[in-house]
Write a protein that binds this ligand. Structure first.
Ligand code: CTP
Length: 450
C-alpha cells in the first residue's frame, strides 16, 4: 500500500485545496492530511487565519479524499510523521517547490501544480473590504507599524496625519504615504480606521474625533489620562459599532497569553505576588525625558508593567501607592507602584532615567514564573519550584517586533472575525486609566512640593 501525506491550513476551504487533495490521493492508496493548529500558524507568521481548526478539519474530511487526518503543531513534525506512518510520498502544491526537498532522504517528494488564481489569502481579502488605515503621528513608532502591517492580510496604510510639517514630509517621502498636515477631517475621510501614535496628551482627542466620525481606532497607550475619558471612548465606540483597542502590544502576543494561562493553571498554586519591571534609558532630549507633564517613565511603560498585574490579580485592589524619583524638571525618571489585594500584592517598576533588571516574576504558593527581559515580548519564560533542578521552560513563538499580532487583532475585530475579547478588555483598559489618573494626581502633588 502506497501512503501519501500532505499538509495545509485549509482556511476558507476552496477549489485549490480540493484539487490538491484529489490529486494527492491519486498518487497512492492511502492519504494522510495534516491540518495546522492555530498556534502553529501563528508561529509560522500566518496571523489571520479565520476558520477554527475543527472547521478546517471538517472541510478536509468532507472531500472524502483523506483516509486519515492528523494535526500539525510543530516545526520538524513532518519528518516524524513520515517515519511514524511509514509514508512513501510527501506532496504539496507547486508554490512550495524546493522548500521540502530536505524530506527526500525520507520519502519521495512530489510538487503538484497549484490551481491558478485562488488562495485563502485572496479569499480573505475579497471577503472583506480592504481596511484602509491612517496613521496619526509620524514619529518613531509609525515606521514600525508600516512594516508590520504587511504581515496582516486585509489592511493597508493609505494615509497619515501630522500637524508638524517637517515630520510629515519626512515620513511621506520615506514611505510613499500621503500625509495630511492641516485638516484632520480630510484625513479621516480617506480611511476606515486609524492607528494613533501621536504624543500621549493628544491620544484622547484624536481618538474621540475619529470615533465620532465613524472610524475604528487602535490607540497607543495611554489612550487617555482619566477613567472617565477612557469610559467615554469605549461608549462612543460601542454606540457607533466601532472597534476601539488600546495598543499595549504585549497583551496581543501569543507568548504573553500563554504565560498568563500557565500562571492561572494552578501550576504555581495560588498567585500571591506579581513583580514587573520595564526600564529603558531615554535620550536626555527625548520627549519622555523633557515633558514633565506627559512624559516620564510611568506614562511611557506603566501600561506594560501593570498589564500582568491586572490580568492576574484584577483591579479590585485595596491599596495603591506610587513612589517616583523626579529629576529637576519634574519628570519621573523612575516610578515604583505598589498594590495590595486581599490575598496578594504586586509591584510595577518603570524607568527612563534609571536602569534595572526588566523581569517579571509571578510568585505562587507552590512555585513561580520567571520571565526575563524582554518579558513584554515574551519569547521565553520558565516555571520554577522549590527544587532548583526542576525548571519547566517555555519558548513561545514571537514574530517581528510583535506589532503584527496587535494589528491582526484590530483587523479581525473590524471584520467581525476576532472573538478574542479577553486579550485586552475594555474593563482592563479602563482600570489602567484609573491607575494612570491616580499616578498623575500624585506626581503633580510631588512636583508641587519640589
Ligand atoms: N493549494 C493549491 N492551489 C491553490 C491554493 C493552495 O494547490 N490555489 C495547495 C497548497 O499548495 C497546499 C495546500 O493547497 O499544498 C494547502 O494550502 P494552504 O496554505 O492551506 O492554502 P493557501 O490558499 O495557499 O493559503 P494562504 O493563502 O493562506 O497561504
Amino acid at each position: 500500500m502506497k501512503k501519501v501525506i500532505t499538509y495545509g491550513t485549509y482556511d476558507l476551504f476552496h477549489e485549490g485545496h480540493y484539487n490538491l487533495l484529489k490529486r494527492a490521493k491519486a498518487l497512492g492508496d492511502y492519504l494522510i492530511v495534516g491540518v495546522t493548529t492555530e498556534h502553529f500558524d501563528l508561529a509560522r507568521g500566518k496571523v489571520n487565519v479565520i476558520d477554527p481548526i475543527m472547521t478546517r478539519i471538517e472541510n478536509v474530511r468532507k472531500t472524502g479524499f483523506a483516509d486519515e487526518i492528523i494535526v500539525e503543531d510543530h516545526e520538524g513534525q513532518k519528518i516524524e510523521d513520515i517515519q511514524k506512518y511509514g509514508v512513501d510520498i510527501f506532496t504539496l502544491g507547486s508554490d512550495w517547490i524546493g522548500a521540502f526537498d530536505y524530506l527526500k532522504p525520507f520519502c519521495e517528494v512530489v510538487y503538484l501544480d497549484r490551481t491558478a488564481d485562488i488562495s485563502s489569502t485572496s479569499l480573505r481579502n475579497g471577503r472583506f473590504r480592504l481596511v484602509r488605515v491612517g496613521i496619526v503621528g509620524t514619529g518613531r513608532i509609525a515606521p514600525r507599524f508600516v512594516s508590520e502591517i504587511k504581515y496582516v492580510s486585509g489592511a493597508e496604510v493609505v494615509a497619515a496625519y501630522n500637524p508638524e510639517r517637517q515630520s510629515a514630509e519626512r515620513f511621506s517621502k520615506s514611505y510613499d504615504i500621503p500625509c495630511e498636515v492641516d485638516d484632520y477631517h480630510a484625513f479621516l475621510d480617506r480611511v476606515d480606521a486609524v492607528y494613533i501614535a501621536s504624543p500621549n496628551e493628544t491620544h484622547y482627542e484624536y481618538a474621540k474625533k475619529a470615533l465620532l466620525n465613524g472610524k475604528h481606532v487602535l490607540c497607543e497607550k495611554p489612550m487617555a489620562f482619566t477613567k472617565r475619558e477612557t469610559e467615554e471612548l469605549y461608549r462612543l465606540a460601542e454606540e457607533r459599532d466601532k472597534v476601539l483597542l488600546e495598543g499595549i502590544r504585549t497583551a496581543y502576543t501569543p507568548g504573553f497569553q500563554q504565560m498568563m494561562n500557565v500562571a492561572r493553571s494552578g501550576k504555581i498554586g495560588e498567585i500571591v505576588d506579581v513583580e514587573a519591571c520595564f526600564t529603558r534609558l531615554a535620550n536626555e532630549n527625548s520627549r519622555e525625558r523633557v515633558d514633565f507633564r506627559y512624559g516620564g517613565s510611568y506614562l511611557e511603560f506603566g501600561g506594560y508593567a501593570m498589564l500582568p498585574i491586572l490580568k492576574l490579580l484584577g483591579s479590585d485592589y485595596q491599596d495603591l501607592r506610587f513612589r517616583s524619583i523626579l529629576d529637576e524638571t519634574g519628570v519621573d525618571i523612575y516610578t515604583k507602584v505598589q498594590l495590595m489585594y486581599e490575598n496578594g500584592m504586586a509591584t510595577a517598576k518603570t524607568g527612563v532615567g534609571v536602569k534595572s533588571e526588566g523581569q517579571l516574576v509571578i510568585a505562587g504558593t507552590e512555585g513561580y514564573i520567571l520571565a526575563e527581559s524582554p518579558w513584554w515580548m515574551t519569547k521565553h519564560f520558565s516555571v520554577r519550584y522549590e527544587d532548583p533542578d526542576k525548571i519547566e521552560s517555555y519558548e513561545p513563538n514571537f514574530q517581528g517586533d510583535g506589532f503584527r499580532y496587535e494589528i491582526s487583532e484590530f483587523v479581525s475585530k473590524i471584520n467581525g472575525t476576532g472573538k478574542n475579547d479577553y486579550l485586552l478588555t475594555a474593563e482592563e483598559s479602563v482600570a489602567l486609566a484609573g491607575i494612570t489618573e491616580e499616578f498623575m494626581r500624585i506626581r503633580a502633588a510631588q512636583q508641587e512640593e519640589n
